[in-house]
Design a protein around this ligand. Structure first.
Ligand code: FAD
Length: 473
């Protein structure tokens, strides 16, 4: 008998470690441990999604005549105890790559060794595990394009089957704790439906049509043209092989139709899946980037940190900066525990280059509100925007929030969806809000704030802040 320890792989299908545990005619008891050290990094929307995903997982096991065994505490104590209780001689799990997860797993391995219980792990959350796509010198990649080319050209594994019912032990499962019992509250945000069925539906809907226009439409938040699979990929409610297989089928169909544009669009989507694995290997090779700049400048960057700066931070968090596209993004985050990628880039640039605030403030706020918060991707995204990361935006490339809004939300549909105060303002006036006189602004949208900073002035300050850090001023 074996235990399978679920972590960020809350599904039965296309689960490599689970498939391995159920191979060779052995039987499996599925377990999940609520780990307080991990929960300390949790947030209401993510804990809600996780609990719902666990309920769906438990149901999937019940349909197969088994159940989910649930424990709470330190996995290094709970897993040997559960192995003893169920008479299991081995524990299987899938690897996780953050520093925190790796430290915990090292402790679990030692505890199981001490208890005389075997353990085996598999790489499941990515197609190509960290350390296997490297430069010719064997180093992890810090430039995405080269990583992508190798990632694209490597063979991909087919999805793994869910274990057959007779490979699962007919155990009596445990009730899941309530969100309050875990120390969290039901989120104010409307979090996506969790579970493999919901994830599969999102994938199927995306692959019907939107995938073929992904490269053209993905930057326009009002078009809702992306897959919305990030939370599923974060929690593993769907497997990466299953997602890739659907894209490969879509690509083959476009190819058969001779539609080169559609083939390119699918490849563009696959390259986003590769970004996720790129940042996973960055974090795996540099666990310290979670709180430190990947790229250090000659001198420390003099981020603003006085009272006025903290008031600006609050306005950014509240979606009250007076820059419509920024405020729409920040409000989408609070309402849906999600934000569109283009807008994440805009709000992150605004925080670091217009407000001159340390990216860590933004990272912490995203961590508190995103259902899809993933240490590797969130950190990668923030350090990219702050010009401190791998393959980052050069420090002198500073997004202009007005032109970004004009270009990617020309009819101000996205802005007005989340900023109702601007509903009756024309798109032209929305995108030139900063240029209107105070009187005109009051007349058009009396409730919506004036810009808290002047973009042109802050752009100059940002450039000199980075030049000082580079030792050039
Ligand atoms: P799609 O466009 O459909 O992309 C498909 C999948 O590819 C995504 O689900 C995601 O897993 C992956 N992906 C797409 N873009 C990226 C990217 N730039 N980097 C890494 N993976 C990517 N993504 C997260 O999953 N978690 C985060 O915490 C996170 N924080 C971010 C913070 C900032 C400042 C920025 C700029 C980006 C962040 N991203 C994060 C990346 C990206 O914004 C989201 O993955 C994407 O918006 C999710 O929507 P989707 O599933 O519809 O994406």
């Amino acid at each position: 008998m074996r235990l399978f320890w679920h972590r960020r792989d809350l599904r039965v299908a296309d689960n490599r470690g689970l498939a391995a545990a159920a191979a060779d005619g052995d039987t499996v008891v599925p377990v999940f441990v609520f780990d307080d050290d991990v929960l300390a990094h949790g947030a209401d929307p993510r804990v809600r999604f996780m609990l719902d995903a666990l309920a769906a997982l438990r149901e999937a096991y019940r349909e197969r005549g088994s159940d989910l065994v649930v424990a709470r505490g330190d996995p290094a104590a709970e897993l040997p105890r559960l192995a003893d209780e169920h008479d299991a001689d081995a524990v299987f799990w899938n690897e996780d790559y953050s520093g925190l997860a790796r430290e915990r797993d090292a402790r679990v391995r030692m505890a199981l060794d001490d208890a005389g219980v075997a353990r085996e792990t598999r790489h499941d959350a990515v197609h190509h595990e960290p350390g296997t796509i490297t430069t010719n010198q064997g180093d992890p990649y810090a430039v995405y394009t080269y990583f992508w080319k190798k990632w694209r050209d490597r063979d991909k594994h087919d999805p793994f089957d869910a274990p057959a019912a007779d490979a699962l032990v007919d155990v009596t499962g445990d009730d899941l704790p309530t969100i309050a019992e875990l120390g969290f509250a039901d989120p104010e945000a409307d979090v996506q439906e969790a579970g493999t069925a919901a994830a599969r539906e999102r994938l199927a809907t995306f692959c019907e049509d939107a995938i073929y226009r992904y490269d053209e439409d993905r930057d326009f938040p009002a078009k809702h043209a992306t897959s919305r699979l990030s939370t599923d990929l974060k929690w593993g409610t769907i497997g990466v092989r299953e997602v890739y297989e659907a894209t490969a089928t879509a690509k083959a169909e476009a190819d058969a139709d001779g539609d080169d544009d559609a083939v390119e669009a699918v490849e563009e989507f696959q390259s986003q899946l590769a970004w996720r694995e790129f940042y996973t290997q960055v974090l795996w090779a540099n666990p310290e980037v979670v709180s430190r700049n990947y790229k250090e400048y000659e001198r420390p960057i003099e981020w603003r940190d006085d009272d006025e700066a903290m008031a600006d931070l609050q306005a950014w968090k509240d979606g009250e900066t007076g820059y419509p596209i920024v405020d729409a993004g920040m409000r989408q985050l609070k309402e849906e525990a999600y934000m569109h990628n283009r807008v994440r880039m805009i709000v992150a640039s605004f925080l670091t280059k217009d407000l001159l605030l340390d990216w860590r403030h933004g990272y912490e706020h995203f961590k508190e509100h995103l259902a899809d918060h993933d240490t590797a991707n969130d950190n990668g995204g923030w350090q990219w925007a702050a010009s401190t990361g791998t393959d980052a935006q050069p420090y002198f490339r500073i997004f202009n929030p007005m032109t970004q809004g004009e270009r990617y939300d020309p009819d101000a549909e996205y802005v007005t969806e989340y900023v109702p105060e601007l509903a009756s303002v024309s798109p032209d006036n929305v995108h030139s809000w900063h240029e209107l006189s105070v009187g005109r602004r009051r007349q058009l949208a009396p409730q919506y704030p004036d810009p808290i900073v002047d973009h042109s002035e802050m752009r100059e300050r940002a450039l000199s802040m980075f030049k000082r850090a580079r030792g050039e001023e």
